[in-house]
Design a protein. Structure first.
Length: 275
């Protein structure tokens, strides 16, 4: 085979393998979403398009409510409404009998509205332990949430959350610590941060109301015994003096009653016997 012949064959093979029907088969499907993260019940628009000149069929697959707003041969524009949970949307087109599709994940978010902080106990002795608990109801997605437990502006503990069950939308973080004297001079608080930047959203920050811890010096046992003894003795003296007062007053009353008795007897004495 001449080199010319080989070249022609190669060219023919190349044309057959690579470029035959390239117009029909090499097409793309694109999906453009207004946003990838939405609030519950929110609506958003989706545009499904293809590079195929004359697609046979095309559309959007979703379990959510959809309305076709506009369409042309190469694209379809939809309105999706009433989203309630994380979902996957699929755009698909069929071109010369071949189907292609493209998917996108849409997540539902709820920013932290209320952040509750609990100190347990609120009155604690130096050296004794206490617990800080932070609770945030109705927040999602949990894997974008960070809860920070703060003393003043210092972070004592930071907690992140993995992918949780979709039904679980409450986040809690707890931290136990030993009470120090200076803990009584700071406000404790909890900061909830929902960072949706990586999903094309915003960052939401919500603080709890500040709470203070009441710190007291623990009383040593020997000192406690002395205090209890002194208080007991004082109480005994008080009770004794009250009792003595009572007895003396009774005694005095009886003596006065006695003198009246003498006078009454005198009165009862017949006139004749009196001087
Ligand atoms: C949908 O996307 C296509 C391709 O990017 C674009 O040409 C078309 O204008 C878009 N439609 C709407 C309603 O945005
Ligand atoms: C929106 O979704 C909720 C729950 O998913 C459903 O109960 C409600 O009927 C829906 N509303 C509309 C207008 O489709
Ligand atoms: C959608 O989420 C699933 C898992 O939930 C993941 O496997 C997939 O890669 C995601 N798709 C996109 C386009 O991000
Ligand atoms: C703690 O918070 C209260 C209420 O916001 C505030 O009045 C007080 O000054 C704060 N104390 C400290 C030490 O920051």
């Amino acid at each position: 085979m001449s080199s010319f012949g080989f070249g022609t064959l190669t060219m023919a093979l190349f044309a057959l393998v690579c470029c035959s029907g390239s117009d029909e088969k090499a097409f793309e499907v694109h999906m453009r979403l207004e946003k990838l993260i939405v609030k519950p019940k929110e609506s958003f628009e989706v545009n499904c398009s293809t590079t195929c000149n004359q697609p046979e069929v095309g559309g959007l697959e979703t379990s959510l409510n959809k309305i076709l707003l506009l369409e042309q041969a190469q694209w379809k524009h939809y309105l999706i409404s009433n989203i309630s949970h994380d979902t996957v949307l699929w755009c698909h087109f069929t071109c010369f009998g071949k189907q292609k599709s493209m998917s996108s994940n849409v997540s539902v978010y709820q920013p932290p509205r209320q952040v509750f902080l609990t100190l347990q106990p609120t009155w604690v002795a130096v050296g004794k332990s206490f617990t800080i608990e932070c609770r945030v109801p109705a927040v999602e997605p949990l894997d974008s949430l960070t809860l920070s437990l703060l003393r003043g502006s210092e972070t004592l503990h930071s907690q992140t959350f993995g992918k949780a069950a979709p039904a679980l939308q409450e986040a809690t973080a707890t931290f136990s610590s030993m009470a120090h004297r200076e803990d009584g001079h700071h406000n404790f608080s909890c900061l909830a941060v929902l960072d949706l930047m990586s999903r094309g959203g915003e960052v939401f920050c919500t603080h709890s109301a500040p709470k203070m811890l009441e710190i007291y010096e623990p009383v040593p046992d020997s000192q406690m015994v002395i205090i209890v003894t002194v208080v007991s003795v004082l109480l005994f003296l008080f009770v004794t003096s009250v009792l003595l007062c009572f007895i003396f007053s009774q005694h005095w009353r009886q003596r006065r009653m006695g003198s009246y008795g003498v006078r009454a007897a005198w009165r009862r004495l017949p006139q004749a016997f009196r001087p």
